[in-house]
Design a protein around this ligand. Structure first.
Ligand code: GTP
Ligand code: MG
Length: 136
């Protein structure tokens, strides 16, 4: 069965939303295969976000991701990659649809990066790569 990497990012952990986010994932019927609290270092994040190196939001993104622990989840289920991204909503939390994690819990805080609560792998290839990074 398909697997994906989900992160509850530092804003979600700091705001005490981990449980609410996990409840939505479980209610959707996906299986928690592994879960851990991770304090990533810069090297881990540079590997995870390699595709964004050089973009204007790259440095703020790494600073944000270094600001506190994230909860890393190995999540399984049929079509879980697209299913979780649908649960999460679009990248910008201000306009993410109500009913999604980002739409219900997120907004623009006036910072240089979108603090959008969660990450979900966007393809089979990304999922394999990212699971190797966060669960090595
Ligand atoms: P992830 O599931 O976290 O990968 O989100 P995504 O796939 O919806 O977005 P993407 O991979 O394109 O970007 C990774 C992260 O960089 C996002 O979740 C945001 O935190 C941040 N980000 C992406 N695009 C922008 C942008 O245009 N402006 C700002 N300020 N932040 C961005
Ligand atoms: Mg992405």
């Amino acid at each position: 069965t398909e697997e994906t990497l989900v992160l509850v990012k530092p804003d979600g952990v700091a705001r005490g939303l981990t449980g609410a986010i996990l409840a939505r994932i479980e209610a959707k019927g996906y299986a928690l295969v592994d879960i851990r609290l991770v304090e990533p270092d810069r090297d881990l994040l540079a590997a995870h976000y390699a595709e964004h190196e050089g973009k204007p939001f790259y440095e703020p993104l790494l600073e944000f991701m270094l600001s506190g622990p994230s909860v890393a989840i190995r999540l399984a289920g049929n079509r879980v990659i697209e299913g979780f991204r649908s649960l999460a909503g679009t990248t910008d939390p201000t306009t993410a649809a109500p009913g999604t994690i980002r739409g219900d819990f997120g907004r623009d805080w006036g910072l240089k990066v979108q603090q959008n609560l969660v990450h979900g792998s966007d393809s089979l290839e990304s999922a394999a790569r990212e699971l190797g990074i966060w669960f090595s």
